[in-house]
Design a protein around this ligand. Structure first.
Ligand code: PGA
Length: 249
């Protein structure tokens, strides 16, 4: 059984006061029961605030990126050990915005996943194709290469502790969503790639869908066999929308 994970990716949004309102709104409206795991991935300066506000709740918090170095002279970087200090349970690695704007390679993303795991933080490894790649029929090839770089550097036991997020680049922040079947096809393919390395890991790794997931489309997407949750950007900035997605599970 894979426990559904609904993760908010706040991106570069928020302030102490806005976060306080958002987080207390989420806590107040969380459905009872533990069928769904809830996570918010906040900008680094607000992780301590998340720890403070969420400590006694069932909502987990995580970061949006981590350095590919353990420590030292890397001005501006945040290490996995620092995220562990902020009691992050997860960290997003390889988001398409980091791949596009910071030229992150598949190998660099894999190194970040290794360092996160070394601090017992679960990496949420993002993969996804651009519109051009989809239209040229290269989707599977692109996502396979992105995932394979991570598979290559992990043991089977480590692989079982990652989360994968399939986020078609053309669906992020655009209002365009992959149809549930389109997403399911890629999710099933990603799981088959994991299974080549370890069937046990493939059975437990959660594969989230991301890209304009909203209360209106969440139910259909989350009903698909290999969609184990969502990575939500825009709709995670409103407690009402975020809670509606959680309730759709
Ligand atoms: P979106 O972002 O929900 O705003 O499309 C998703 C993401 O980039 O993680």
């Amino acid at each position: 059984m894979r426990r559904t994970l609904i993760a908010g990716n706040w991106k570069m949004n928020g302030s102490f006061s806005a976060n306080q309102t958002l987080l207390t709104g989420i806590i107040a409206g969380l459905p009872v029961g533990d069928a769904v795991e809830t996570l918010v991935c906040a900008p680094a300066p607000y992780l301590a605030q998340c720890a403070d506000v969420l400590e006694k709740s069932s909502v987990a918090w995580g970061a949006q990126d981590v350095s590919d170095h353990a420590k030292g002279a890397f001005t501006g970087e945040v290490s996995a050990a620092m995220l562990a200090d902020c009691r992050c349970k997860y960290v997003i690695v390889g988001h398409s915005e980091r791949r596009a704007y910071h030229a992150e390679s598949n190998e660099l993303v894999a190194q970040k996943a290794v360092l996160a795991l070394s601090e017992n933080i679960m990496p949420v490894v993002c993969v996804g194709e651009t519109l051009e790649q989809r239209e040229s029929g290269a989707t599977n090839e692109v996502v396979a290469a992105q995932l394979q770089a991570v598979i290559d550097v992990l043991t089977d036991e480590q692989l079982a502790r990652i989360v994968v997020a399939y986020e078609p680049v053309w669906a992020i922040g655009t209002g365009k969503t992959a149809t549930p079947q389109m997403a399911q096809d890629v999710h099933a393919f990603l799981r088959s790639q994991l299974a080549i390395k370890s069937v046990a890991a493939a059975n437990v790794v959660r594969i989230l869908y991301g890209g304009s997931m909203k209360p209106e489309n969440a139910k259909e997407l989350l009903a698909m066999e290999d969609i184990d949750g969502g990575l939500i950007g825009g709709a995670a900035l409103s407690s009402v929308d975020f809670l509606a997605i959680i309730s759709a599970c």
